[in-house]
Design a binder for this molecule. Structure first.
Ligand code: NAG
Length: 146
């Protein structure tokens, strides 16, 4: 490799790195005041999906029902960055026909009528890649009669 080329490559790598982290953004007071706040988050991101799957697993392991519940829909996901990432997940879970006693592929379990309106707060620790359920609040969703 000729010297000018390697210099060019090094330079573009440096520029790429700078491009990923806009330095001036970090020191803007606007950012500082928002630190620790809750933000709308994309439910389809890998981090949100992991937190959602964890929440459903925890819901099922704690519920008294003999049937498994699975995700019906997500109403909102918010995240908050502290020393961990907190996810506040608003989701509708649906009761399925699959029994807890068997090992089912939850995605393929047929839904019954019952729905639970849930809010989960899950913390994700980046250091050990572990989730922790901070709070779990579910109420039976009563559909208005048509
Ligand atoms: C995150 O995990 C690390 C490594 O296990 C641990 O030392 C740290 O206390 C954890 N942080 C929180 C906020 O739980």
């Amino acid at each position: 490799m000729s010297a000018p080329l390697s210099v060019l490559i090094t330079l573009s790598v440096v520029l790429l790195c700078l491009g990923e982290k806009p330095v001036e953004d970090v020191i803007k007071p606007r950012k500082a005041t928002l630190l620790g706040g809750w933000f709308e988050s994309r439910p389809d991101s890998k981090e949100a999906q992991d937190a959602i799957q964890y929440s459903i697993k925890m819901y099922n392991s704690h519920s008294k029902s003999k049937r498994l519940f699975r995700l019906d829909s997500i109403t909102a996901v918010q995240s908050q960055v502290t020393n961990v990432i907190n996810f506040k997940i608003n989701a509708i879970l649906g009761k399925t026909k699959c029994s807890k006693a068997e090992n089912h592929d939850l995605e393929h379990c047929e839904l019954e009528k019952k729905r639970m309106d849930c809010q989960f707060v899950v913390a994700f620790n980046h250091s050990n890649k572990k989730h922790e359920m901070k709070s779990r609040k579910c109420t039976k969703l009563v559909k208005p009669k048509a």
